[in-house]
Design a binder for this molecule. Structure first.
Ligand SMILES: Nc1ncnc2c1ncn2[C@@H]1O[C@H](COP(=O)(O)OP(=O)(O)OP(=O)(O)O)[C@@H](O)[C@H]1O
Ligand SMILES: [Mg+2]
Length: 224
């Protein structure tokens, strides 16, 4: 089993939205997927409560139990665990980073938000975990994305080549217990989620620089 942690100490950057959308994508791809909701606000768990299917399993738990439940999930034959974390909790972020095989750090394209991200980058580096920043709520045009990328690169962080746009499909889906790719399968959000999922898989399952890894890198970077 592989573990993806989604961490940002800033609130409202799309952590839960990405956790649930990626979980749905993984479930549809045939991976036995569980989301561990470490957020006392339990947004991911509420999302699951409004779903009618068993595509994605969900467990809300205190971070202190994470190690135990990850082991149990692995022994139960899970392929992928996705950990959704709350904002403003360094302790929980440490716990999620410690157990991750790969970490996504969502951030809005705003220079001040990236400054705040630098503490999360330090925390993930502490455990020497591979990670990438992913830009969320990207506007269709303007300088924000380029300016933000410059600051992220100054932090020495890898940037996910897939950008998540600011799109109504994400918020509409979230409110109805769905993922954007389920409510608008041909939409731009669906395409972004598919590409992000491919990028995550490349980092989780193909870390040895194999040919398929390189192929996947090109495919994701090319946005096809
Ligand atoms: N790319 C997007 N475009 C438009 N709306 C989005 C996008 N991503 C998330 N949203 C909406 O923005 C709000 C915040 O998103 P979300 O709950 O995923 O953030 P979060 O980082 O998990 O927040 P918190 O830190 O409070 O846990 C939600 O209403 C969600 O539906
Ligand atoms: Mg959340």
């Amino acid at each position: 089993m592989k573990t993806l942690s989604i961490i940002s100490q800033k609130g409202g950057v799309g952590k839960t939205t990405l956790a649930t959308a990626l979980a749905v994508e993984a479930g549809r791809a045939g991976r036995k997927t569980v989301v561990f909701d470490l957020d006392p606000q339990a947004s991911a768990s509420f999302w699951k409560d409004t779903r009618q299917d068993e595509l994605v399993a969900m467990t809300a738990l205190p971070a202190a139990r994470l190690s135990h439940v990850l082991k149990a999930a692995s022994e139960a034959g899970c392929d992928l665990a996705i950990i959704d974390t709350p904002p403003f909790s360094k302790d929980i972020a440490y716990e999620a980073a410690q157990h991750a095989d790969f970490v996504l750090l969502p951030t809005r394209p705003a220079v001040l938000d990236v400054m705040a991200m630098s503490r999360t980058v330090e925390l993930v580096r502490h455990y020497k975990k591979p990670f990438a920043a992913v830009l969320t709520f990207c506007p269709p045009s303007g300088r924000e994305v380029e300016d933000t990328l410059t600051v992220i690169r100054q932090l020495g962080a890898e940037v996910c080549p897939v950008r998540i746009g600011s799109r109504i499909a994400y918020s509409r889906a979230q409110q109805t217990g769905r993922a954007a790719q389920e409510i608008e399968p041909d939409g731009k959000a669906a395409q972004e989620v598919r590409e992000l999922y491919a990028y995550v898989c490349m980092n989780l399952y193909a870390q040895n620089g194999t040919r398929s890894d390189t192929h996947e890198r090109k495919r994701v970077a090319g946005g096809s």
